[in-house]
Design a protein around this ligand. Structure first.
Ligand code: ADP
Ligand code: ADP
Length: 232
């Protein structure tokens, strides 16, 4: 089953002489449970693509359909709800809220959605992420690797269908990078979450089920490396 259909996406920033075509007729589909790496040179349109898939920034043309919902046909309120429930976003610089502790940062998306965290799931995530002794620390009391773990916890808290990560290890040393990738792979397998990761790191891209390479706003390579792990 396709969880994601990206169809003829175009994105133009700016107008007239200053217009930049960041995406040029990009189409592909992603199967439920797939782990896709997006690679390509700086400025090729990777972040733009991820933001459009994540419902953060509307395309100039084309459609994004997630689990059968054409997301840019939703009004803003419905899109915000859809995004909170179905999409987990992970950034290079964590984007944690400095005045909230680890537990509060992780559960915020649920609270904003008027839901109560499932305590068993919270415990399981905290354990998996190795954050047990840090629940009431503030982000600035954590190392970079720990902050990224919190942001992963926050992304997974709502059981999203789609997890999108933009250079999640871009700011981390080797050891922490490896651990973060292992966590993402674990949750991809454990919860059958579909995972799309932008990365410059070839050793990470090679762990994906599939690599999509983008250059100048177009797909220049789309290669399946292996079947999604839940089908192995
Ligand atoms: P990548 O993630 O591959 O580095 P981006 O998607 O960030 O690429 O950028 C693609 C192109 O769009 C670049 O030329 C970039 O300068 C341009 N761009 C990205 N965001 C904006 C923006 N908000 N306004 C204008 N141009 C932008
Ligand atoms: P890393 O080498 O992984 O980046 P750090 O050297 O930043 O880790 O931190 C090592 C340990 O010290 C971590 O467990 C982190 O939680 C803790 N720590 C770092 N900064 C602070 C701080 N300002 N207050 C409390 N604990 C901290």
């Amino acid at each position: 089953m396709n969880i994601l259909e990206v169809s003829h996406l175009t994105k133009i920033y700016g107008k007239g002489e200053n217009a930049v075509k960041a995406l040029d007729d990009v189409s592909f589909t992603v199967e439920k449970g797939e782990f896709v790496a997006i690679t390509g040179p700086s400025g090729s349109g990777k972040s733009t693509l991820l933001h459009i898939i994540g419902g953060v920034d509307a395309p100039t043309g084309g459609n994004v359909t997630i689990e059968g919902t054409d997301i840019y046909k939703l009004n803003e309120t419905k899109l915000a709800i859809f995004r909170r429930r179905q999409i987990g976003l992970i950034y290079q610089f964590y984007n944690l809220i400095p005045v909230l502790d680890v537990l509060e940062n992780m559960t915020l998306p649920l609270l904003l959605d008027g839901q109560k965290p499932d305590q068993d799931y919270v415990k399981e995530l905290v354990k998996t992420l190795g954050l047990g002794s840090r629940l009431h620390h503030l982000p600035n009391q954590l190392s970079g690797g720990q902050q990224q773990r919190v942001s992963i916890g926050r992304a997974l808290m709502t059981h999203p269908a789609l997890v999108l990560a933009d250079e999640p290890t871009g700011n981390l040393d080797r050891k922490n990078s490896r651990e973060i990738v292992e966590l993402l792979k674990y949750s991809n397998r454990r919860y059958r979450q579909t995972l799309i990761v932008i990365t410059h790191d070839e050793s990470i891209a090679l762990q994906a089920d599939r690599i999509i390479n983008i250059e100048d706003g177009r797909i220049t390579r789309d290669e399946v490396l292996r079947q999604p792990s839940h089908r192995e």
